[in-house]
Design a protein around this ligand. Structure first.
Ligand code: NA7
Length: 309
């Protein structure tokens, strides 16, 4: 039956590992592969599935292969490594965030082997992956989508097809503009609350209940105020997504100023060695900005010297 397709999972990182567990719970998972083998060996032992020796070996025992790797070149490398093990009629579903053009290129390479492809990037973060409450943004053919639906619903609460291959990634790009902009606003606001000497924990709880409420403020407000950036979404990955958006803006001949500002901030944090921290580590820069005098030390700071009124 359709719901019992044999699935293999490639890329057992922060998102992939919990998603593979959901596929297993739903009865689909038969094999896993990860570039760093220890992760695959540990999960396979835990779940009683096969730890494949390589992507082609994994493909040989599956009907559907799901991937969740870091970036564009990683995905295309995995697709190439899968090809020797794929059979006509199989389906590859990529849940990584890559450029729409990369999704279309992966689909082209797989079509040569008569293998279907869906781009299926995710929103909902590591918590969403653990809880099986992700939104899955799908691009690809309707028949492939219906075939994939039971697998995607094992970890996705909302599974929506937006159009042909690439449309899922285009939708994810739209999402990342909002993710980046909300992070800019929340981190800037909480650094200001600290600067003004407010009870910033009470600010999070109280303002989070009103028009300024957001997933990011709710889930990351308290941890960023405590200086904890170990949970969640690595900022190097958002920086990568903002690069995808910058390329989209160039291709469309438009400006995305929110994206440009956020991209510059995350480039700075990467250069400072914070790439593996959660995106809420952006508050570090907002706190520094305050210290370096972007805002006056107190609202009533006396102004002296030439030109003073
Ligand atoms: P993580 O936790 O950094 O995990 C990335 C995974 O991708 C991890 O399993 C990596 O293997 C794997 N990876 C990275 N590069 C490659 C290459 N070249 N070949 C094979 N496997 C690779 O990221 P997340 O799980 O948070 O995010 C994954 C995607 O979802 C990303 O596109 C996000 O933007 C959204 P490793 O264990 O390091 O050997």
């Amino acid at each position: 039956m359709e719901g019992r397709q044999r699935a293999g999972f490639i890329g057992l990182g922060a998102m992939g590992e919990p998603m593979a567990r959901h596929l297993h719970r739903a009865g689909h998972l038969v094999a896993v592969w990860n570039r760093t083998p220890a992760r695959a060996v540990a999960l396979a032992a835990d779940l009683g599935v096969v730890a494949a020796a390589d992507p082609a070996g994994l493909a040989a025992g599956c009907d559907v292969v799901l991937t969740c790797v870091s970036a564009d070149d990683d995905l295309l490398g995995v697709v190439d490594a899968l090809l020797p093990g794929l059979r006509p009629g199989m389906l590859v579903i990529d849940t990584s965030t890559v450029a729409p053009d990369t999704a279309r290129e992966a689909a082209r390479r797989l079509a040569v082997a008569e293998v279907g492809f869906l781009d299926a990037p995710l929103t909902g973060g590591v918590e969403g992956a653990r809880n099986g409450t992700l939104s899955v943004l799908v691009g690809g053919g309707e028949a492939e989508f219906e075939r994939a639906r039971p697998l995607l619903e094992s970890f996705g609460r909302r599974v929506v097809r937006f159009g042909p291959v690439g449309a899922g990634q285009a939708t994810k790009a739209v999402n990342q503009v909002m993710v980046a902009g909300i992070a800019e606003a929340v981190c800037e606001a909480l650094a200001l609350a600290q600067r003004l000497g407010l009870d910033s924990a009470a600010v999070v709880d109280t303002l989070g209940n009103g028009a300024a409420g957001s997933w990011f403020l709710d889930k990351r407000g308290h941890s960023m105020l405590a200086g904890r950036f170990d949970v969640g979404f690595k900022l190097r990955l958002l920086h990568k997504d903002l690069g995808i958006l910058a390329a989209l803006a160039r291709a469309e001949g438009i400006d995305l100023p929110v994206v440009e500002a956020a991209r510059a901030d995350y480039a700075r944090l990467l250069a400072l060695g914070h790439g593996d921290e959660d995106i809420s580590a952006l508050i570090r820069l907002k706190q520094e900005n305050v210290k370096s005098g972007t805002l006056p030390a107190t609202p009533s700071l006396p102004v002296t010297g030439p030109g003073a009124p």
